[in-house]
Write a protein that binds this ligand. Structure first.
Ligand code: URA
Length: 246
């Protein structure tokens, strides 16, 4: 047996409308439970086992939802914002109704992999530095990068700037290209302080001009997802989140 709840709550949670709207659907005879038209919006149903249909369409309730979003630039990582578009605005309302929240933050101008989940423990595991989950970024900076930069990242940088001071954990810097005007590197960090990667580069005299998250743990961003696109994670992919990034 699955989770028992009121029919109107199930329908609202599944994004079929507000409580008032779904009650109206029930009154209009558009909702069936196990093949029988529902008469009472307050009736108890088994969210997983009962066959709940709206206009003949069967609803598929899952108690937890995990989404992989390719976050575009220009969108806030927040549950909601009165003025600006947030990552939650890119998903159907069902996900917010099911309590999904972004697991960690990407800056407004950063793009790439963001996990949005209704599982608070999973979110904590991804975010908390205690769990050592690696996050891999592609960074473009405004000048050359050298082996000395990679060594400084590996040793653990001391950051001291307008946003405060902290000792960054050792991080890996793989230089992909280096030039006098622009360089590209892959960076792996295991913590997510405010503007972490940008501040690490700034401590080495470089400004990040483009930042994209490529991987969390052993889970890579699906290359088929364009910025703004998303899909649900498979169970295998959720397990990859807890594994170490290569
Ligand atoms: N580090 C940053 O500086 N910004 C991000 O969005 C993520 C990591």
């Amino acid at each position: 047996m699955g989770e028992r709840m009121r029919l109107d709550r199930l329908l609202a949670t599944m994004g079929e409308g507000t409580r008032a709207q779904v009650r109206e659907l029930v009154r209009a005879g558009r909702v069936t439970v196990d093949g029988v038209p529902a008469r009472d919006a307050g009736m108890q149903v088994d969210a997983q086992a009962s066959a709940v249909c709206v206009g003949g369409r069967r609803l598929c309730y899952k108690p937890v939802r995990h989404v992989m979003l390719c976050k575009p630039q220009g969108v806030l990582t927040a549950a909601r914002d009165p003025k600006q578009r947030t990552v939650m605005d890119l998903l159907p309302p069902l996900y917010a109704a099911m309590g999904c929240m972004p697991a960690g933050r990407l800056d407004k101008d950063t793009e790439g992999l963001l996990v949005i989940t209704s599982d608070g423990q999973l979110a904590h595991r991804i975010i908390s530095p205690k769990h050592d989950v690696g996050k891999v970024y592609l960074a473009r900076v405004d000048g050359p990068l050298t082996a000395a930069d990679a060594e400084a990242f590996a040793a653990g940088l001391h950051i001291e700037d307008a946003d405060g001071a902290f000792d960054a954990r050792p991080a890996r810097l793989d230089i992909l290209s280096s030039g006098p005007q622009q360089s590209e590197a892959r960076v792996r960090v295991t913590e997510g302080k405010y503007h972490q990667v940008k501040r690490m580069f700034l401590a080495r005299g470089r400004t990040v001009t483009y930042l994209k998250r490529l991987q969390i743990g052993a889970l890579p961003l699906d290359p088929a997802l364009a910025p703004g696109e998303w899909r649900e994670l498979t169970e295998e992919e959720v397990a990859l989140l807890g594994q170490d990034a290569p």
